[in-house]
Ligand binder design. Structure first.
Ligand code: 4AD
Ligand code: MG
Length: 484
């Protein structure tokens, strides 16, 4: 079964060569012109049927999304809009598709919301074709970036007994019978009798295991699914999302920020160089979507312009303390436009982050040195408390905020000093016995090290210009959605 992919066919010179394509019908007009797509590109090949050659019965079966095999000759097109026609010698209908029942046929211009309900079929639209080809390319580029730098791809576990972020947002994993689990004397469930012998969860982050790898290989990265049982129904949160977590021995916070900035720019450049067709399509889609918005809600730049700007300009870098000062002096603050309080010590809300990125700096911003009180236990203390100014110590944390997205990266230099780490864990009520294996890295040849996590779907949102995170992952897991 030799078939030519439409993407490869359309770049050939049409000289009457015989080719076979297989795909799905997108449209059929005048009983003669059939647009066929095979998912390799958003561009369809126009198949021309010889009038009178096919019987009515067959013609009727050429419907939207019927699957077909066409063998014919590629010739220069007489029509406008395409360079090539495929004049069919033989047409075989591989699978029928009833137009009265095909969900994509039932709506004239299906909305993204409607397509989310038929997520099992939405890949067959141009928008999702483009989004998922770009997602694929970015996934490949991630491996290429780190491989070229000599990082080791470390597979960290999905099922784990530790809560890396200490935020308690974990999905429990258990093999105990739900209706009659073994009980302790006090009536609580006895997880020691579980298959795993412990309370286990789906991982929220591979970082802690990643640190074990970094303190042996020097440089590792993870790239896998992570899970958060936070019940937040927003356009930026998923219960199951993919994260890339590099971890590098001997790096400090600045090295970490440099690596993250280089990485993000590399991914954008990769997509611009390898997926320009799809990005142009998505740019067009976004421009049309934004036409529906009031003038002041529209982006200042088109998608392509934005990507070029970000890959060619330095990210802004500010400390948390500077960021709070900017917010306090902003017109938005003075006009009481923020719904949440602004003062040193707050966990910045998305309205604050978006103000900094979209209104103030108008570019990606790396915010460093956050208050220890709002960050995870593993971040390195800066030992810089300033009680006179009402400021506690900060930690060597960094978040990268992106226009239109908010937080896209979270990372830090890690606390490599054994005693300091123990101290901080006990302050945060994290039992040392549970993380004895993690603490061992600090006991045997500890080194300064740093890493970060890039939320893959947030990166795909940024590159594709899509606005809802459910539209950049094939099968979104959000509160109430787990069917397919
Ligand atoms: O800031 P987070 O929670 O950091 C960590 O998990 C660290 N262990 C990373 C590290 O230092 N190795 O998550 C990292 C990124 C966020 O910046 C965000 O882009 C994404 O992961 N993220 C989510 N994406 C989609 N849905 C969610 N519920 C997300 N939670 C975090
Ligand atoms: Mg974070």
């Amino acid at each position: 079964n030799k078939r030519t992919k439409i993407k490869d066919l359309l770049v050939q010179e049409p000289t009457g060569q015989e080719v076979t394509v297989m795909g799905w019908v997108r449209s059929f007009r005048n009983n003669q012109f059939m647009a066929v797509n095979d998912g390799s590109t958003n561009n369809n090949v126009q198949v021309v049927l010889e009038l009178g050659k096919l019987d009515d019965e067959t013609l009727k079966r050429i419907t939207s999304s019927a699957s077909v095999k066409v063998t014919g000759k590629a010739i220069a097109s007489l029509g406008k809009g395409q360079k090539m026609d495929l004049v069919a010698d033989t047409l075989e209908i591989l699978g029928d598709s009833d137009p009265m029942k095909y969900p994509l046929q039932l709506k004239n211009k299906p909305t993204l919301e409607y397509l989310r309900e038929i997520a099992h079929l939405r890949f067959r639209t141009n928008t999702f074709g483009a989004v998922f080809r770009v997602r694929h390319a970015l996934a490949f580029a991630i491996h290429k970036f780190f491989n070229d730098k000599g990082f080791v791809y470390l597979h960290t576990p999905i099922i784990t007994a530790s809560d890396a972020e200490g935020a308690g947002e974990m999905f429990r994993v258990s093999t105990l019978p739900l209706d009659n689990p073994p009980k302790n004397d006090d009536g609580s469930i006895n997880f020691r009798e579980d298959f795993f012998g412990k309370t286990t969860n789906l991982t929220v982050s591979g970082q802690l295991e990643g640190e074990l790898g970094a303190t042996a290989f020097g440089e590792i990265y993870t790239f896998g699914p992570t899970f958060r049982a936070e019940n937040s129904n927003t356009a930026r949160h998923l219960a199951e999302f993919w994260m890339i977590e590099p971890e590098v021995a001997f790096n400090d916070l600045e090295d970490n920020a440099n690596l993250a900035e280089e990485f993000i720019k590399y991914l954008i450049r990769y997509a611009m160089e390898n997926n320009r067709d799809d990005l142009d399509f998505l740019a067009q889609r976004l421009a049309e979507e934004e036409k529906q918005l009031p003038q002041d809600k529209r982006s200042e730049m088109g998608l392509i312009e934005k990507l070029e700007f970000v890959m060619n300009n330095d990210f802004e870098r500010v400390t948390y303390t500077e960021a709070i000062d900017i917010l306090l002096q902003s017109p938005a603050y003075k006009k009481k436009k923020f719904a949440y309080e602004v003062k040193w010590g707050i966990d910045m809300q998305s309205e604050h982050e978006r103000y900094l990125v979209e209104k103030h700096f108008k570019k990606p911003v790396i915010v460093t040195n956050y208050p220890a009180a709002i960050k995870a236990f593993y971040m390195r203390s800066n030992d810089d408390a300033n009680p006179e100014l009402g400021r506690g110590p900060t930690v060597a944390a960094m978040d990268i905020l992106a226009p239109g997205i908010g937080e896209i990266v979270g990372g830090s230099q890690r606390e490599e000093r054994y005693d300091r780490l123990l101290e901080r864990m006990s302050e945060m009520h994290i039992p040392a016995e549970e993380l004895w294996w993690y603490l061992d890295t600090r006991r045997f040849g500890t080194v300064p090290h740093a890493g970060f996590g890039l939320g893959f779907e947030r990166m795909v949102l940024f590159v594709t210009g899509m606005t809802n995170i459910r539209d950049v992952i094939a099968f979104p897991r959000t509160p109430g959605s787990a069917e397919f």
